[in-house]
Ligand binder design. Structure first.
Ligand code: GLC
Ligand code: CA
Length: 570
C-alpha cells in the first residue's frame, strides 16, 4: 500500500533528516524574555520567525532540564521537565508546536552517560550503604591502597583530574566528566528502562529526534582495566565498546515505532571513520556528528581528505554525513580560522596563539559555503551565522565552565563560545534582554554592535546575509536530488567538486587566484570575485547555464593556477 493511502507523509519528507539544516539553540544565551538576563523558552518563541527566515529545518536544544548547572545543564536532575529558570513543560510543548508550524522540527538533547549528583537516584545511592542496590545504578567501588585511600584505577576525567571521587563513607564513584556528573551503570536494567521511558516521553511531546550526548562512552569495562595506548579499536575500557550497539538498536526500534519515525543523532567522537560508521548501520543511529571536519585545520589537503573519508565511511551504511563547523564545546570558527595555527578547535590548546579576526572571518565565510554545499546534513551553532568571535577576555570570576575550574584556570574552557547573542542596538545587552540593566550570565563585549542581527540584516555583505542566501539557495538543491560529489581537478590548493551536471563548489585556499570556468554562473560567493577569478580563502558556487560546458579547469589557464600544482605527480 502506498504511503499516501496509509495517511503517512511520503518517503522524501520522512527522510527529512538526510539533508536537513539543524540550528543549535543554546537557550540560556539565545534570548531573554522576562528580563532576568538568562535566555528562556519565551525568548526563543518570540524569535522563531528569525529562525524560520534564516531557512533552517530543525532546532536542537541543548539540555533544558532542571539542573544545578555544574556543567551548563549537562548535569540533569529531572529528564522529564524544564528548568524553571527558563520555562515550563507546557511552554516547551507550545514551542515545539509553533516551530513545527513554521516548518522547523525540534530535537532535544538526551544525556544517558551520567546524571547530576543531585538526581534522586544518586542522592539515594549516597544515602545507602556500600553494596546496596541503590549504588548499583552507578559505578561505586572500594579504593585502592592499604586504606582504600586511592582511586580504584587510573582513569582520567575528560575535564581533568581523576575520574573518581570519594563518597563520605569511603567508597569511590566514577565520573568521566565533573564529580557532579556521576556515570550511570549501563549494565543495570533500570538504566535501560529509564532511558527508554525518557525517549518515549519526549517523542510523545512531538520532538522529531534526540541528540545523544557522549554517545560512545556509556558502556564501561566492568573489570575497570586501565587504558592502554596500543589497544585495538573496541578494546578501550570506556570508549566505543561493542555493547553500545545493543542500546542503540533498542532505541532505534522505539524511534521507528512512532507514528512519524524519530531521528537519533549521536555525539560520537571517534578518530576511526569505520568504527564511527558502525553506529550508523541501518538499525542503529540515523546520523552522528562528524567532528573530524570540525577539527580540521584550514588547509586544503586535510579538509579534502576529511570530506572524502567521511563520505567513504558513510556510503556502505547508507547514512548521510553531517557537517559541523562549531558547537557549544569548541572555539568559534572566526577565531579558530584566524589563528596562525588553525589546527586546534579546543580551547586548551590555543593559549598564546596570535589571531587575525579579519582573516578568520573571511575563512569562516568560505567554510560555511563549503559545508552547505556538501551532501548530507548540516549543523549551525547559534551565533555562527553572525560570525561571532570567541570571547577571550571573560574575567576569571565570571567564568562558569568546569573545564576552567578543574584545570585551575589553565584551560580557558568553553564559556567564550556561549556568550549571549546580540540582536540589536549599540550596547549590551543588544536586545538580548528587554531589561537594559540586566546582568547577563556571561557578559557581552562592548564592540558587538556591528555584529547584531539588526545591523547585519541591513548589510548584504554581512555574515548573516551570507548564511541566509546560502541556506536559501541550498534549499533549492541546485545539484538536483541526492547528487553525489565528484572531485574536480583544480590542484592542491583548491577544493573543487561538482554535484549533478549543473552545480559546482570551488574553494581557493592558495595565494594565486583561480580562473573560473567559462559559461558557469556564480550563484553565491563568500567574498567578492575578481572578475572571473576566485581569490584566496574564498568559496564560490557555480551553476552551468548551458549543457555544453563543463566545470573542468580552463585548459589554457591551468598553468597559472598556483605554484604548488606544478609539482603534482612528480
Ligand atoms: C558533551 C557536551 C558537553 C558536556 C559533556 C558532558 O560533550 O557537548 O558540553 O560537557 O558532553 O555531558
Ligand atoms: Ca530569562
Amino acid at each position: 500500500m502506498s504511503a499516501a493511502l496509509l495517511g503517512r507523509e511520503p518517503e522524501h519528507t520522512l527522510a527529512w533528516w538526510r539533508d536537513a539544516v539543524v540550528y543549535q539553540v543554546y537557550v540560556r544565551s539565545f534570548g531573554d524574555a522576562n528580563g532576568d538576563g538568562i535566555g528562556d523558552l519565551a525568548g526563543v518563541r518570540e524569535r522563531l520567525p528569525y529562525l524560520a527566515a534564516l531557512g533552517v529545518d530543525a532546532l536542537w536544544f541543548n539540555p533544558w532540564y532542571p539542573s544545578p548547572l555544574a556543567d551548563a545543564g549537562y548535569d540533569i536532575t529531572d529528564y522529564r521537565s524544564i528548568d524553571p529558570v527558563i520555562g515550563t513543560l507546557s511552554e516547551a510543548e507550545r514551542l515545539i508546536a509553533e516551530a513545527r508550524e513554521l516548518g522547523m522540527r525540534t530535537i532535544v538533547d538526551i544525556v544517558p552517560n551520567h546524571v547530576s549528583s543531585q538526581h534522586p537516584w544518586f542522592r539515594d545511592a549516597l544515602a545507602s550503604p556500600p553494596g546496596s542496590a541503590a549504588r548499583e545504578r552507578f559505578w561505586f567501588r572500594p579504593g585502592a591502597g592499604a586504606m582504600g585511600e586511592l582511586p580504584p584505577n587510573g582513569w582520567q576525567s575528560i575535564f581533568g583530574g581523576s575520574a573518581w571521587s570519594r563518597a563520605g563513607d569511603g567508597e569511590w564513584y566514577l565520573h568521566l566528566f565533573a564529580p557532579e556528573q556521576p556515570d550511570l551503570n549501563w549494565e543495570h536494567p533500570d538504566v535501560w528502562a529509564e532511558h527508554e521511558g525518557i525517549l518515549r516521553f519526549w517523542f510523545e511531546r512531538g520532538v522529531a529526534g534526540v541528540r545523544i550526548d557522549s554517545a560512545a562512552l556509556l558502556v564501561k569495562d566492568p573489570r575497570l582495566s586501565e587504558e592502554r595506548p596500543d589497544a585495538e579499536p573496541g578494546d578501550h575500557p570506556f570508549v566505543d565498546r561493542d555493547q553500545l550497539h545493543e542500546i542503540y538498536r533498542r532505541w532505534r526500534a522505539i524511534a521507528d515505532g512512532c507514528d512519524e519515525p524519530r531521528v537519533l543523532i549521536g555525539e560520537v567522537w571517534l578518530p576511526d571513520a569505520d568504527r564511527f560508521a558502525r553506529y550508523l548501520r541501518p538499525d542503529e543511529l540515523h546520523t552522528a556528528f562528524n567532528f573530524d571536519f570540525l577539527a580540521c585545520p584550514w588547509e586544503p589537503g586535510p579538509m579534502r581528505a576529511s570530506i572524502q573519508s567521511a563520505l567513504s565511511a558513510h556510503a556502505p551504511v547508507d547514512a548521510p554525513a553531517t557537517w559541523v563547523l562549531s558547537n557549544h564545546d569548541v572555539t568559534r570558527p572566526v577565531t579558530r580560522y584566524g589563528r596562525a595555527d588553525t589546527s586546534f578547535a579546543f580551547e586548551s590548546k590555543r593559549v598564546g596563539t596570535p589571531t587575525d579576526l579579519n582573516r578568520g572571518r573571511r575563512r569562516a565565510r568560505a567554510a560555511a559555503l563549503l559545508a552547505m554545499a556538501l551532501p548530507g546534513s548540516m549543523y549551525i551553532y547559534q551565533g555562527e551565522e553572525l560570525g561571532l568571535p570567541e570571547v577571550e577576555d571573560i574575567p576569571p570570576d565570571r567564568r562558569q565552565d568546569p573545564m576552567w575550574l578543574r584545570s585551575g584556570g589553565v584551560d580557558p574552557g568553553r564559556d567564550g563560545c556561549r556568550v549571549p547573542l546580540p540582536w540589536s542596538g549599540d550596547k549590551p545587552p543588544y536586545g538580548f534582554s528587554p531589561n537594559e540593566q540586566a546582568e547577563l550570565w556571561l557578559e557581552q563585549p562592548t564592540d558587538w554592535s556591528p555584529l547584531s542581527v539588526a545591523a547585519q540584516s541591513a548589510d548584504p555583505g554581512s555574515m548573516l546575509s551570507l548564511y541566509r542566501t546560502g541556506l536559501h539557495v541550498r534549499r533549492e538543491a541546485p545539484w538536483g536530488s541526492g547528487a553525489e560529489l565528484r572531485w574536480l581537478p583544480y590542484g592542491e590548493q583548491v577544493i573543487a567538486f561538482a554535484r549533478g551536471d549543473r552545480f559546482a563548489c570551488i574553494v581557493n585556499f592558495g595565494r594565486e587566484p583561480v580562473e573560473l570556468p567559462r559559461d558557469a554562473m556564480p550563484l553565491v560567493a563568500s567574498s567578492e570575485l575578481r572578475g572571473s577569478s576566485l581569490p584566496q580563502d574564498t568559496t564560490v558556487w557555480l551553476y552551468l547555464s548551458t549543457n555544453r560546458a563543463t566545470f573542468e579547469p580552463e585548459p589554457n589557464r591551468t598553468d597559472n593556477h598556483n605554484e604548488n600544482d606544478r609539482g603534482e605527480g612528480r
